[in-house]
Write a protein that binds this ligand. Structure first.
Ligand code: SF4
Length: 213
């Protein structure tokens, strides 16, 4: 199957199309070469895709991600922004909401603990504070449903847990972009683990290495 992550040719980017690796998706599916998928022409995708791609070029290397979101909203004419955030990052979410608001956007923000439902009520047994302590579950499906009810134009995932973000994406009616990827061990900078994968992080990264080799 495909192994682009280990490709050294990178012909899709640099154009050496006579050197495609044997398992290159473009070799196995020559019909995709130099041909945009029809989905990019769909009304729900075309303007959005062109807009975010041009924002990439316009602010390349200069605009932080939050600025790019602001620019995307203005380019698309979006006015109502959903902010689904983690309770552990409320202070940062408030700063983000203020930045969005000062840039003319209406922000509907919903914290992950909305609903005040106990983890035990959905069958969660392992808890942060141990068994027998009431902990409130994260509620990404409800976050999505509340933002759907508000008819947001675009939703921002802000520090949602791994997998909770997946459910939020699944249940959100509006398209979702991620502003913050949660990583409690690395100040929400998950790529740090990869930068240090051969060194300081190595002892923490391979819990199943023996099983897979
Ligand atoms: S698409 Fe082909 S050329 Fe591009 S990275 Fe993947 S294997 Fe390499």
């Amino acid at each position: 199957m495909y192994t682009c992550a280990h490709c050294t040719v990178r012909a899709c980017r640099d154009g050496q199309l006579d050197q495609l690796p044997q398992n290159c998706p473009m070799r196995l599916h020559p019909e995709i070469l130099d041909t945009p998928l029809p989905e990019y022409a769909l009304p729900e995708n075309h303007e959005f895709y062109v807009a975010c791609s041009e924002i990439e070029a316009e602010g390349y290397g200069q605009w932080p991600r939050i600025r790019e979101i602001v620019e995307l909203c203005h380019t698309m004419g979006y006015r109502k922004l959903g902010l689904a955030f983690c309770s552990g990052l409320q202070a940062e979410a408030r700063i983000a909401a203020d930045i969005f608001r000062k840039n003319g956007l209406e922000v509907i923000s919903v914290m992950c603990k909305v609903g005040h439902t106990a983890k035990s009520d959905v069958g969660i047994q392992k808890q942060v504070r141990g068994p027998g302590v009431r902990e409130t579950m994260c509620n990404p499906i409800l976050q999505a449903k509340l933002l759907n009810e508000a008819h947001t134009d675009l939703n921002v995932a802000f520090g949602l847990c791994v997998g909770h973000d997946s459910l939020f994406y699944r249940y959100s009616d509006a398209l979702v972009t991620t502003l913050v990827a949660k990583d409690r061990a690395l100040a929400h900078n998950p790529i740090g683990a990869l930068h240090c994968a051969g060194g300081y992080m190595k002892p923490r990264l391979f819990p199943y290495a023996e099983e897979s080799t």
